[in-house]
Design a protein around this ligand. Structure first.
Ligand code: NAP
Length: 246
């Protein structure tokens, strides 16, 4: 019950890593506002909430739509009475070599993965400053640190999230608001299901722990960053990747 009495907003909570983060937060007593375009695995979150004696509230929103995000954050702050934890997790891939990448694939990935975090952070920053506390967690990636052929758009968005994290951490630290990023490696979700067996085998060869990570293992890092176990940690990009990029 590390998050008892806290309220969290988690984007991209319908499946994968975001769903696991929301579930872990609920199991630890937080009230969770689960944001995505579709409900997805909401029933799993409702069951976790019931068991822990807390609640999950689903809000449909396209995080790439700034006016919608601004209005939603305002609504959640009013409805909840105050936010403590924000996880910018929603993300997409539109992979391809740069010579063949339509500008639309670049723009879409930058909008959903990076601009969305700006929209959310902008909308919550004054609120968290006025509460003199809070934890913002941005879901980056190891490719934001090291790059990846075929993912110029995705890598740029994830590197951008690290820059946003470090700059915002400096802006908000004096009032006790912490901002960190998580850089997952190769995690079993629908996003990585798209890879073919050859691509997966090549990736396994680069992971000392010789396996994919689970969404729950990323959620555990998010729990630590969201909780009072990490009160002196801000501006960090924490890699959780089975040793892939050590
Ligand atoms: P996923 O299973 O594909 O889930 C993506 C989530 O983002 C879904 O809940 C989806 O919900 C939501 N989403 C996508 N576009 C959205 C939009 N425009 N507005 C609102 N929500 C949107 O992906 P995942 O593997 O869990 O990835 C989660 C995050 O971790 C992403 O930022 C990803 O880049 C990052 N990451 C993943 C890995 C990995 O190996 N899986 C590694 C490093 C980083 P709806 O479709 O219902 O909107």
């Amino acid at each position: 019950m590390l998050l008892k009495g806290k309220t969290a907003l988690v984007t991209g909570a319908s499946k994968g890593i975001g769903n696991a983060v929301a579930e872990t937060f609920l199991k630890n007593g937080a009230v969770v506002y689960a944001v995505s375009r579709s409900e997805g695995d909401l029933s799993k979150l409702q069951a976790a909430a019931e068991e822990a004696g807390t609640r999950v509230v689903f809000k449909a929103c396209d995080v790439g739509d700034e006016p919608a995000v601004t209005a939603l954050v305002k609504e959640i702050i009013k409805e909840s009475g105050g936010l403590d934890i924000v996880v910018n997790n929603a993300g997409i891939t539109r992979d391809g070599l740069i010579a063949r990448m339509p500008a639309e694939a670049w723009n879409e990935v930058l909008k959903v993965n990076l601009a969305s975090a700006f929209y959310v952070c902008k909308a919550v920053s004054m609120h968290l400053l006025s509460r003199r506390g809070g934890s913002i967690i941005n879901m980056s990636s190891v490719v934001g640190l090291h790059g990846n052929a075929g993912q110029t758009n995705y890598s740029a968005s994830k590197a951008g999230l690290i820059g946003l994290t470090k700059s915002l951490a400096q802006e908000l630290a004096p009032r006790g608001v912490r901002v960190n990023a998580i850089c997952p490696g190769f995690i079993a979700t629908e996003m990585t299901d798209k890879l073919n067996e050859e691509q997966k085998a090549a990736l396994f060869g680069r992971i000392p722990m010789a396996r994919m990570g689970s969404a729950a293992e990323i959620a555990a890092a998010a729990l630590w960053l969201a909780s009072d176990l990490s009160t002196y940690v801000t501006g960090q990009a924490i890699t959780v990747d089975g040793g892939m990029t050590m």
